[in-house]
Design a binder for this molecule. Sequence first.
Ligand code: BF8
Ligand code: SF4
Length: 635
Amino acid sequence: MEGKIPSSNSKLDVTLAWERLERQEPQCGFGLLGICCRNCAMGPCRIDPFGEGAQFGVCGADADTIAARNFLRMVAVGASAHSDHGRAVAETLIKVAKKEAPGYEIKDEYKLVKLALELGLEVEKTKAEELALKVGEWALGEFGRQEGHLFFTRRAPIKRQAIWNKLQMVPRGVDREVVEALHRTHMGTDQDFRSLMRQASRCALGDGWGGSMIATELQDILFGTPQPIIGQVNFGVLKEDEVNIIVHGHEPLLSEMIVLAAEDPDLLAKAKEKGAKGINIGGICCTANEILMRHGIPLVGNFLHQELAITTGAVEVMAVDIQCVMQSLPQVASCYHTKVVTTSDKARIPGATHLQFTEETAREKARELVLMAIENFAHRKKEKMNLTANQVDLVAGFSHETIAYLLGGMFRSSYRPLNDNIIGGRIRGVAGVVGCNNCKIEHNTAHLTLVKELVKNDVLVLQTGCSAIACAQAGLMDPVKGLDYCGQGLREVCEAVGIPPVLHLGSCVDNSRILVAATAVVKEGGLGDDLSDLPVAGAAPEWMSEKAISIGQYFVASGVFTVFGVTLPVLGARNFSRYLFHEIENELGGRWALEPEPNKMAELMLAHIDQQRKKLGIDRARERILYDMAMRREL
Ligand code: BF8
Ligand code: SF4
């Protein structure tokens, strides 16, 4: 990757992430191993990993304490990011209910009523707005709850809830667990890595079964529960003759309004006046997944595409909100005509134009933003344009509800066929492959190698986040072409149901959909009575974000064997590492593993899946049946 790009109007040396990584090398070994601490002013302290130099910080903290504190802080930040997103959705739902958010509406009343019933609210003769207000207020309450248990934890299998109860690990309120995590990591507070990790589990569960699950449920109510939808991915989705706007970040609150504004006939007419044939929206990162799942808006790419997308010279505006947005974007944009627009007060970037979005003004701000892009169309520098026609089709939109419906039909939606096919061995197991890109790994290669290896071995793969975008680009989410990658058993099931072998479940907060789907498999019966009994495994082969660590920890605390690639900043702490990679399984039934090489990662996951099958007594059930038409219909 050539990192440097010529800058016309900036004295700064404009670089891309890969070159900046080179300039960081060699990176600090203490940081990589997780054994440096600057939690107080007696430090910074670092532990000698070879056992020769200092083994304790000034306060006496050892490598295990320091690494576990750092780990818990990552969980707290990741959980905060997901949960603050969930809170914003709850606040929007309340404003919609009060008619204070023009442009937004309740798109899925059925899901609203279903959730209200689950919460024990009176639904008969209650208007949707009243219900939405109650549900929104309940959700806000879950963030600030001081005692008791987060409501959605009771969705987990009974046995899992009992484990959490026994270990006093059930999250109380989302915010409370984050604050306690930060408190415990203050100098001289919790200095036992096992105890720190129990808080890590509680805080992470408050994310997966709390903040993220609230975000997913309420977004479905507001914007619609995803259903299978065709989309496209790759830089080819950017149009040479149209105004191109990229939305990048996480909250659909912003992107939904921009999608609406781009359809406005007035604005379309204005775009035509400026010589453009239309207004084209594309997405990057999780906000892309959100609008793909609900509107079929094309994906431009994932995390490491954000700078590269600007170098096409064809992007009029890149509108960003929160999380995973590189500070370098305005610098890269300074070499082109692209305007980078920040929209959240929580996430500002020097050099970007700030256009403050609020629920009350979202509609008009979205128009303003689209207008800004239209005005900027004329400033394109033709000689700098570098577009490709390359785009790939995919099918996305596999919510838990959709999967149950596809498997069982509208009147008996159920996971039975999935369970039966797992028990019968056509499907060997299920993997959740999620997470980011990291420029230490050749872009997307770990995701693709891992997922191809899994589907070849009859493992159905569920995906979210940037990993999903990577696999969509490779054609794995095409229900026809994707079949070429499958083992025979998985292929038969996918053909019969009409799904690709790799299912796109949405953005990173939608990892909560994986928890709900896995729980539905347990409840369907025949595969044990806890999530830790299932032949499933999780992976984040190219992770970089603290959110990934929170997700990994709630997978593990939910009983899932979870493998991360790249590296984990824990390796300098021997006892803590042993705990994460082995001993934690005795408490939680799930554990962490680290394996940077994706083929070996697949081997680990397959070995775990086979071991689970053996424990369930279904290891010999993998007979090969070739389906004729009648049998397919039956299936
Ligand atoms: O929340 S996968 S790089 S975009 S953190 Fe970020 Fe990682 Fe992408 Fe979505 Ni998730
Ligand atoms: Fe050093 Fe302890 Fe302070 Fe950390 S908390 S910087 S290990 S003295």
